[in-house]
Design a protein around this ligand. Structure first.
Ligand code: COA
Length: 147
């Protein structure tokens, strides 16, 4: 992979197609209430990776982590998570939360711990990802950011 520059991206057709290809929800992407920031890696006009953050003050929901099949297992997913964590920390976030049905081991390797859904802060529990779009069986995980 050439040098990877991760940039802010819009909710465009490529972003939605990548999320759909990775079986991740898109229904709430345009909802202003979720205060979504998206970051991605593009090369030659193609979007290969994406990660999203729903910014709720000190608590942030990491979502929409997706790497195209053709770009997997080369460290892009890890770079996207690291970028998201740095951005969140710079904005004053203290804790990142996420829901996943497919990548619990991936996030465990990156310092995320399983948590009970009942411990979710109110604004995280109110997100559409948490309240409905992700199955109840999804693992709920969190990571405290270093400051
Ligand atoms: C999860 C995902 C983002 C990983 O992207 P990636 O670019 O292949 O990941 P990386 O190359 O950075 O992988 C880093 C490490 O995690 C491992 N890994 C990758 N995907 C994994 C998964 N689903 N479960 C467990 N480990 C995983 C890799 O083997 C690699 O291990 P290593 O460092 O020991 O070699 C990608 O598989 C994906 O888009 N999956 C579908 C969508 C999804 O599940 N998103 C997460 C829910 S929000």
């Amino acid at each position: 992979m050439t040098q990877v520059v991760i940039e802010a991206v819009e909710v465009d057709q490529q972003a939605q197609q990548l999320l759909v290809a990775c079986a991740l929800p898109i229904d709430d992407l345009q909802d202003p209430a979720n205060r979504l920031r998206l970051f991605g890696y593009r090369h030659d006009g193609h979007l290969f990776g994406l990660v999203g953050l729903e910014m709720h003050g000190r608590d942030v929901l990491l979502r929409s982590l997706a790497v195209a099949d053709a770009a997997r297992d080369r460290g892009l997913g890890a770079m996207l998570v690291a970028h998201a964590e740095q951005y969140a920390a710079a904005q004053g976030a203290q804790t990142l939360y996420l829901l996943t049905t497919t990548a619990e081991a991936f996030f465990s390797q990156r310092g995320y711990c399983l948590a009970e859904r009942t411990t979710a802060p109110r604004e995280i529990a109110a997100t559409r990802q948490f309240a409905g779009l992700c199955p109840a069986a999804a693992a709920f995980m969190c990571k405290r950011l270093l400051r």
